[in-house]
Design a protein around this ligand. Structure first.
Ligand SMILES: *Cc1c(COP(=O)(O)O)cnc(C)c1O
Length: 396
């Protein structure tokens, strides 16, 4: 039987080498744990990049997928399908939004939201088309999302970029005010910058941005691809910050393992009309049935409230590590999205040691690792993860 090394050698022969991978071949998952091709067990604090919100092989998700796979997978969006409509109702009835469109990823969700903003600006702000986004943001890997993302290292190889994006410092309302012109149509922000290293803004940042948008008839788009679906301790991140966006995008945690994204809009912002947008796979019966089952479970069991409890437990564990290891320079955590920052660029080494110790983490920055466990992670799994990580850090 092939072992991990054999599979890795094959990958290096056949797969496009565009992603930096960790040398772990995952073959199976259950709850917060996964196993590799050599039978080694890990605690999974990456969780498919904050996708596996209910852990691996959760029966609510598995059953929904199995049942839907034997009933109906894909029709064209020329026709109505019931899981799509059920998921739409569930999301709209539990958010401040009026309408939703389903695609297949976070980048595609943002594409749709940005098309909407362009059209909104054309019709309501005299042709305005510019979008203000934040430096250090992350909005995805398609050409539009790359242009929106405020990190030059994702952009440099792909010039010329789509025009119309202006980047300002995150958590700086004055910078947004100064960058606003007649050409500005919308402001797009993450409530907490995830890929940027778990950067948490001041409490009043989004409230003040909202006020600025209201005053100037600008759309506020929140990219909740990472922060949505309970990750920060509320169903949606905007609820943590007492604002309502005009447009919101979701993906990652909405999927519970299946690929799905969405943009949601207030009726007043919904500039798109029949013919303006579509997607072949978007919102198909399989992915929406899984997303519906997961979201229903999340809401019925008030998982966001549970996340708030676990946040305290995780922060406690991280502080313990900080008191043990002087090279830990900062802890950032909101809900079950956390980062540990080091005083030098050791995250590659930390990941290698963590893999060996049986804890999967993300090296979000050269000097920081990110934690995004399943939202139903137990206190004892958090304790065990901290113990394993402590062992890994002890060998730095
Ligand atoms: C991951 C992420 C995206 C991109 O999502 P994909 O599904 O990889 O296209 C966009 N925005 C944010 C905030 C993300 O974290």
């Amino acid at each position: 039987m092939a072992n991990s090394a054999d599979w890795i050698a094959k990958e290096q022969k056949y797969y496009a080498q565009t992603v930096r991978r960790q040398p772990v071949v995952i073959v199976k998952g259950e709850g917060t744990r996964v196993w590799d091709a050599d039978g080694k067990e890990y605690l999974d604090f990456v969780a498919g990049w904050a996708v596996d919100n209910l852990g691996h092989s959760h029966p609510a998700i598995t059953n929904a997928i199995v049942e839907q796979a034997g009933t109906l997978l894909q029709t064209s969006n020329q026709y109505y399908t019931i899981p799509q409509i059920q998921l739409a109702e569930l999301l709209i009835e539990n958010s401040c939004m009026d309408r939703v469109f389903f695609g297949n990823s976070g980048a595609e969700a943002n594409e749709g939201a940005l098309k909407l903003a362009r059209k909104y600006g054309k019709e309501n702000r005299d042709g305005a088309y510019e979008i203000i986004t934040a430096l250090n943001s992350f909005h995805g890997r398609t050409m539009t999302a790359v242009a929106a993302t405020g990190q030059p290292h994702y952009q440099e190889a792909f010039q010329p970029l789509q025009p119309g994006y202006v980047h300002v410092d995150f958590n700086d309302v004055e910078a947004i005010m100064n960058a606003t012109t007649d050409k500005t149509a919308a402001i797009m922000l993450e409530p907490v910058q995830g890929e940027g290293g778990v950067v948490i803004p001041d409490e009043d940042y989004l409230v003040r941005v909202r006020e600025w948008c209201d005053k100037n008839n600008l759309l506020l788009i929140l990219d909740e691809v990472q922060t949505g679906m309970g990750r920060l301790g509320s169903l949606f991140g905007y609820q943590e910050y007492n604002v309502e966006p005009d447009v919101m995008t979701l993906a990652k945690g909405l999927g519970y393992g299946v690929p799905i994204g969405a943009f949601l809009s207030k009726e007043s912002a919904m500039a798109l009309v029949p013919g303006d947008h579509g997607s072949t796979f978007g919102g198909n019966a399989l992915t929406t049935a899984a997303a519906y089952a997961g979201t229903k479970f999340l809401i019925d069991n008030d998982i966001p409230a549970y996340v708030k409890q676990m946040e305290g437990h995780l922060i406690e564990g991280l502080h313990k590590l900080k008191s043990q290891f002087s090279f830990i320079s900062d802890i950032r955590c909101k809900g079950l999205l956390a980062a540990l920052e080091f005083d030098s660029d050791i995250s590659a080494q930390v990941l290698t040691n963590a893999n060996a110790a049986g804890i999967l983490l993300n090296g979000v920055r050269p000097n920081a690792v990110r934690f995004m466990p399943p939202l139903n992670v137990t206190p004892s799994e958090i304790d065990e993860a901290m113990e394993r990580l402590s062992g890994a850090l002890a060998q730095i």
